[in-house]
Write a protein that binds this ligand. Structure first.
Ligand code: CA
Ligand code: CA
Ligand code: CA
Length: 270
């Protein structure tokens, strides 16, 4: 791979941008020092921006070779000028006032063909909740990771799929219990998608108090038990609820133990 010819402060700037603006391409600075552009040659990726600073209204950045403008850009006499480079290629430029004194530079734009790599993805071994915390999710890329995604499918998502996030996901909500596998993905600004990295978790819910087996414990469960106790709803199927694992005290009955447990859970005492 080609090495990037940029100065240390610019590397730091790119690093800071990658931390705070992960969905954005890099911004690279070129400054005027005396009668020269510094750095004189800059290599960037498609979609990156070059900002020329300290032109001092005495210099220009004008695209072209042999002191002849080619019409791609011309800052005219300003202090600061920026341009986004979306297409790979070599872009020579000069200062229109001082080209004959050798005040020239070049921007080399390369296509990013290197896919991101998932460097870490871990889930807890077990979970008693359908919403599972993601312990770690990290990725790297030569030009910067711009998107993160987790899926239950092993099929790689496209770069334009719904569900990409600028920051790594920290939780994932499953629909059912069992042994589950999640796949982590990362993409870069050029649309390269990483290989997936998988992790597994066993979801085993505590069913106590979940009378109607809808995977949540709420007032509806308490109402059903009260209907059973008061015989206010003769259609309630006792056996179905006993078989659901909802029997809190293991006495094979739906009773006030279940009502109290459910109300405590709803109230946040459990
Ligand atoms: Ca890349
Ligand atoms: Ca329930
Ligand atoms: Ca019971």
């Amino acid at each position: 791979m080609k090495s990037l010819t940029v100065s240390i402060p610019i590397i730091i700037l790119i690093f800071l941008c990658s931390l705070t603006l992960q969905s954005h391409a890099a911004i690279v600075e070129v400054t005027v020092i005396g009668f020269s552009f510094s750095p004189n040659s800059v290599t960037i990726y498609e979609g990156d921006t070059v900002t020329w600073k300290n032109l001092f209204y005495a210099h220009t950045t004008t695209s072209g070779t042999s002191c002849t403008p080619d019409g791609k850009w011309d800052s005219s006499y300003v202090d600061t000028f920026s341009r986004i480079f979306n297409e790979a290629g070599t872009y020579p430029y000069f200062c229109i006032a001082h080209c004959n004194h050798g005040m020239t530079g070049v921007i080399i734009v390369i296509k990013d063909n290197i896919v991101p790599v998932i460097t870490g993805f871990t889930l807890p071994a077990t979970s008693d909740s359908l919403t599972v915390s993601i312990i770690s999710f990290t990725a790297t890329d030569n030009a910067g990771v711009t998107g993160y995604m987790v899926t239950e499918s092993s099929n790689p998502p496209s770069a334009t799929a719904a569900g990409w996030s600028n920051t790594p996901q920290t939780t994932y909500a499953f629909n059912s219990e069992g042994t589950k596998t999640l796949f982590a993905w990362a993409k870069d600004a050029a649309g390269n998608v990483s290989a997936g990295k998988s992790a597994a978790v066993i979801i085993a819910l505590n069913h106590m108090g979940d009378i109607n087996s809808d995977l949540t414990v709420n007032l509806q469960d308490a109402i059903i038990v009260l209907q059973i106790l008061t015989r206010l709803n003769p259609d309630v199927d006792y056996s179905k609820y006993l078989a659901s694992g909802a029997d809190v005290d293991g006495d094979n009955k739906m009773g006030f133990s279940e009502v109290i447990y459910i109300l405590q859970k709803v109230a946040g005492f459990r």
